[in-house]
Design a protein around this ligand. Structure first.
Ligand code: GSH
Length: 419
């Protein structure tokens, strides 16, 4: 191909992209008008995040269910995601009024207040508390197995590094195999081998996924969503890992199809849910079949959150902890997850006394009460003014900006960007 041919091809590609974007925009504008939302200053939103991202998928499912128009943009925002949202993580969301927000948990809570019909956070306060607990568990504790299945199995790593290389680094003129090796090395160093996954914990990490499938499967045998006949926060929390990781990647999805077809079906059901079509009701109380998930929260997730909070208080960047007998070594201390513990306590504190009694009885029955309170004054210092999702974000996994800067997707500085 001559230089002129290459330039002509680029111009043609560029104008085709512009056409598609203009069409998307026109479609969104007519949908806004139809829904009577054309004057809404925050819509449509631009959701920046790759197609295979855990938390981007979670947020997209909520936006789809609430029928709020958005465009997903694969590339991080121009001036640098970190400078814009305070943290190098996706999704980063730009509202139509140009403000930026980050962190799906407060984003969903904020959207639920702004667009309460249909709400995804249950109205019944006790059920709302437990839904938040399940969301938190799925966000933070299923992350490690999701990254492990994606990056520690060669077939998965090959497939995913190709997708990410194409989507995020397509313009970087380096051979594909170099980009793919780089991406895989980065992800393993940050999120698997560099975050406690190794021969001694491998089986335990996988058990987290396998047990989750068994728990969800038992629930979904009796109703279409985790809390009734329409999706709620608990569904969207589990949807993040189940959709973009386990239900998508070769190894995780094959296990899901073979052992838990109910979950595979639910993943598609949540993605396809639209409030105006789905209808449905939420249960008015926490169902007994959430018990096994709550047991795991008590025996694994909350002890991990406590060890993390103690490490944070002691100023340690890494810590060791045994969880259900599995020896996790040198895992990263995550300030964000100290905040997760504080948030759970705050939500408990906001309940009226009779609801607190009910929640406590349940938490005690599943081994969650003691670890919820065992750390004295965790003090993450995150979001003291309660401005999230408008306050600067914090890395959920504790990857600091220095570490993230050292571990770019590809060695961009040395790579020549094609003109
Ligand atoms: N608590 C955040 C977590 C966001 C998050 O951790 N996103 C991942 C990708 S799905 C990320 O950007 N990780 C940093 C990286 O890959 O460098 C949320 O709910 O949005």
């Amino acid at each position: 191909m001559t230089m002129t041919d290459r330039n002509a091809a680029k111009i043609a590609k560029g104008s085709a992209e512009l056409d598609t974007r203009a069409q998307e925009r026109a479609g969104i504008e007519s949908r806004l008008a139809m829904q009577g939302m054309e004057g809404d200053s925050i819509l449509p939103m631009q959701v920046h995040g790759p197609e295979v991202s855990y938390f981007t998928g979670k947020l997209e499912a909520v936006l789809r269910f609430k029928e709020l128009p958005y465009q997903r943009v694969a590339q991080p925002p121009g001036p640098g995601l970190e400078r814009t949202t305070g943290v190098a993580q996706v999704p980063g969301v730009q509202l139509a009024d140009r403000r930026w927000i980050t962190d799906t948990t407060p984003i969903i809570a904020w959207l639920d207040e702004r667009y309460p019909e249909p709400s995804v956070i249950p109205h019944q306060p006790v059920v709302a508390f437990f839904s938040r607990l399940l969301e938190d568990y799925a966000d933070e504790w299923l992350w490690r197995p999701a990254m492990h299945y994606r990056w520690d199995y060669p077939q998965d790593a090959h497939h995913l590094s190709r997708i990410l290389a194409d989507e995020l680094t397509g313009e970087v003129s380096l051979p594909g195999f170099i980009k793919r090796n780089f991406i895989r090395g980065r992800q393993r160093a940050l999120f698997t081998t560099g975050d406690g996954v190794g021969p001694a914990t491998w089986d335990h990490v996988e058990k987290i996924y396998l047990d989750s499938l068994a728990h969800l499967r038992a629930i979904l045998k009796t109703r279409p969503y985790l809390l009734g006949t329409r999706p709620s926060l608990a569904d969207f929390g589990f949807f993040g890992p189940m959709f973009r990781h386990f239900g998508h990647d070769p190894t995780g999805s094959s296990i899901m199809r073979e052992t838990a077809p109910e979950v595979y079906e639910w993943v598609a059901r949540v993605w396809n849910a639209r409030a105006s079509v789905t209808g449905g009701e939420l249960l008015g109380q926490v169902p007994d079949d959430w018990g096994p998930i709550l047991d795991s929260i008590g025996s694994a997730y909350l002890p991990y959150l406590c060890a993390n909070a103690e490490a944070w208080k002691a100023g340690r960047s890494h810590f060791d902890v045994d969880i259900e007998g599995a020896p996790y070594r040198r895992i990263r201390t995550a300030r964000y997850r100290v905040w997760c513990l504080e948030e759970l306590r705050r939500h408990f504190g906001e309940l009226v006394e009779s609801d607190q009694r009910e929640v406590r009885t349940s938490l005690e029955a599943h081994g969650c009460w003691e670890p919820l309170w065992s750390v004295e004054s965790p003090e993450s210092g995150i979001d003291p003014q309660r401005e999230a999702p408008f306050s600067p974000g914090h890395s959920a996994t504790g990857v600091g900006s220095g570490e993230a800067a050292k571990r770019r997707w590809v060695p961009v500085a040395t790579a020549r960007r094609s003109q």
